[in-house]
Design a binder for this molecule. Sequence first.
Ligand SMILES: [Zn+2]
Length: 358
Amino acid sequence: MSLVFARAGLSGADLQALLDVDLAAEALRDVFPGQTLRFTTDEAHRLVELRFAKSPVETTLFRKEGADFRMLSELKEPEVREAFRHAVVQSSLFEAGIDSGVSHATILELANVFGGVIDFALDPRKGDVFSVLYEERYVDGEKIGEGDIIAAEYINDGRRYSAYRFVDSSGRAGYFSTDGVSMRKAFLRAPLDFTRVTSNFNMRRMHPIARVVRPHRGVDYGAPTGTPVYSSGDGRVLESGFSRSNGNFVFVKHDGNIVTRYLHLHKRLVKKGQRVDQGQTIGTVGATGLATGPHLHYEFLVDGTHRNPRSILDRLPRARSLNGNELASFKARISGIDNQLAQFTKAWELAIASNDDR
Ligand SMILES: [Zn+2]
C-alpha cells in the first residue's frame, strides 16, 4: 500500500491517517493486483477520499471528516434480468453450452439440476437439445454474473426432462419436474466430474493383467488421473483402503441397504466411518490396482447383489413430491414459465432458420 501511495504522489502521513481508522488495515488487505483504487485530493495534494471497488457491487471508501478519515461501505443492488439459451448438442453438453453463450457456472448448474436423471458422462447423444431460462445480474448496465436457473429442459435421446425452480412453504428452493417431483434424487447418475470424462471406457471382459475372464459388474468411466470422484448419495464410508486388484478403493453404505463402490482411485479423501454427502469428493480417478489406464470403476449393490447402476436407479423409491397447496401454487407458477419457454424457443428457432436461409 505504501508503494501505491508513493506512486499516486501521496504522503506517508496520509496513509498513516487512513490506517488509524478502525478495521482499515483489514479492509485494505483485500486489495489485489489489477484492482483499481481511486484517490481524490485537495489543492495541497492531500488525500480527501479513497475509493476501492472490492467487487462490482461493493465499494469501500475512506472519506476525510475533519482531521480523520471515516470508512464507509457502498452496496449496489444488482438488476436481475432473464436470459434464455437454446442449443443442440453436437459433441458435449459443455461445448454446446459454451457455443450458445452460457457460462461454465450455469452449465455446471444445469448438469447439477439434471444430475439425478441424466448421466452427463454417458447419456448425451448427438442431437440432444437443451433450453435454459436463467437470471443474469447487472450493475450499471454491465453484466456481473449469472444467477439461478429458473427453468430448464433437456431432451436426451428423445426423452424430455423439465425442471423448474420452486421455493416451498418452508422457504427451501429446489427443482421439480412438471408433475412436482423433486429433481434431487437419492443418487447421482454420474459419480464424477463429467466434464472430464474422456470416453465410455471400453468394458473388457478379459482382464488384461489377470488373464482371466471375469464378469464385469460395474460401469467404467475413462477420465484423467486426478478427476474428482463424488459419493453418488448421502451415506457413511464402509471401507477406505487398498487391495492388489482394486487399488485404492472407497465403499459407501447408503439407506435401503445400498452400497456404492469406487475403485482404482489415485487418492482416497475419506476415512472409514465418516459421513459423506451426495456430491462430496471422496477421492480422485487413478489407475491403481489391476487397471490398464486411469478410469473410475463404479459398482452399485442392493442387498449385497450387484446391480447395473445405469438401470437400477429408475426402480428405486421416488424422490419427494409436492402436494396439496404447494403443488397447486407450483403448477400455477410453471404454466407461465412454460409459455415463456415455448415463445423463446420458437423465436430462437425462427432466428436460426432465417440465418440458414442466407
Ligand atoms: Zn471396471
